[in-house]
Design a protein. Sequence first.
Length: 73
Amino acid sequence: MKIDWAALGSVFGVSLFATVALVGLFTLGIVGLTKQEAAAAQGGSAVLARTGAYACFALCAAAVTFGIYLIVV
């Protein structure tokens, strides 16, 4: 049995990057919703923060859907 270490390292690197990116996007979405609540409490407009948060959540959902697609197909 021969292990292709280059391919294993490549898979590890891509999955590490994807994990960090997905967690980062989700964190930005949560921070955006928090900023939206804080801006609403101060009487300001929070449309940009809410839109950015929803965009981050949509990108997370798209990445998860694409990952499932890659596994199934």
